[in-house]
Design a protein around this ligand. Structure first.
Ligand code: C2E
Ligand code: CA
Ligand code: CA
Ligand code: CA
Length: 279
């Protein structure tokens, strides 16, 4: 039994080492990927519930890993933050998204905004305004066609600094959205202090809304609060017609989710930029 225990530890040790060395390799891969720009953006439309037209598209990054194939952001964003590569990755995402939006505009497709996710980690540590200015200058995109998504939890850190940076971006004409809303604990009076255009209700509430009266009540309260603050309201993760109908009844402005489209490449998302009703 004694020997057995020892083997277990030896095995555990070996696994730990493998795990650690896998992580080191993966980090090195990611560092190289940032250098070689081994990423693509997929885009997911947000649709206006009254007109059925696309208002903006969210850019979602994927890593084209040479051995592992296409990897979702949940597999590498944290690592990019910890490895000090998030600013560079975000700039690549912003530049690529802005160039794409500019190309759509020049192709005379309807003017849709492109939304980029900002990591809270990046937001608190780097000069985000400087990056946004640089990318807008370089790509020549009208700032009104760029939207920034920042999570509710990021809003609640270092609030004076956050408020100042967001105000500067807003003054430039950039749209500010609060992502994953409802998961933090911001109050009406707190939100009011920030120059926010849009609240995006977190997917978990939409998921449970038609089954749980508590989640339904939360969605109702968020919509009422956003309206009293004159903010636009987007429901994310809408997958069913039942959810769509409930949100319509509640007076939600826009939806985003698999019901309309999964995130797809630039070419495929552009098919949504028509005058048609996409609901
Ligand atoms: P998010 O910003 O909340 O993005 C929405 C996520 O929900 C996307 O996952 C999207 O594919 C998924 N989704 C959309 N509609 C539905 C639906 O109807 N049902 C379900 N089940 N899921 C839906 P994705 O692309 O895997 O991205 C995950 C997260 O990774 C994003 O969450 C965002 O926080 C982060 N992320 C993505 N791209 C970037 C980026 O360029 N920079 C940073 N910092 N974070 C990013
Ligand atoms: Ca987002
Ligand atoms: Ca979200
Ligand atoms: Ca319709």
């Amino acid at each position: 039994a004694k020997g057995c225990g020892k083997n277990v530890f030896a095995l555990f040790d070996k696994k730990m080492n493998e795990h650690a060395s896998e992580r080191v390799t993966f980090l090195a891969d990611l560092r190289q990927a940032v250098e070689l720009e081994q990423f693509v953006l997929h885009y997911q439309p947000k649709v206006d519930l009254l007109t059925g037209k696309v208002t903006s598209v969210e850019a979602l990054v994927r890593w084209m890993h040479p051995r592992l194939g296409m990897l979702a952001p949940d597999r590498f964003i944290r690592l990019a933050e910890e490895g000090g590569m998030i600013a560079e990755l975000t700039e690549w995402v912003m530049r690529t998204a802005c160039l794409q939006a500019k190309a759509w505009q020049e192709a005379d497709l309807a003017p849709v905004r492109v939304a980029v996710n900002l990591s809270p980690f990046h937001f608190q540590r780097q000069d985000v305004k400087q990056s946004v200015c640089a990318v807008l200058g370089e790509t020549g995109l009208d700032p009104s066609l760029l939207e920034i998504e920042i999570t509710e939890s990021a809003l609640m850190q270092n609030d004076e600094y956050t408020c100042r940076v967001l105000s500067e971006l807003r003054e430039m004409g950039v749209t500010i959205s609060v992502d994953d809303f409802g998961t933090g604990y911001s109050s009406l009076s707190y939100l009011h202090r920030f120059p926010i255009n849009t609240l995006k209700i977190d997917r978990t509430f939409i998921l449970n809304m038609t089954k749980s009266s508590e989640d339904q009540a939360i969605v109702t309260a968020i919509i009422a609060m956003a309206k009293s603050l004159k903010m636009q309201i987007v429901a994310e993760g809408v997958e069913s017609v039942e959810q769509l109908e409930t949100l319509k009844d509640q007076g939600c402005h826009e939806i985003q989710g698999f019901l309309v489209s999964r995130p797809v490449n630039a070419e495929r998302v552009a098919r949504f930029f028509t005058d048609e009703d996409h609901l």
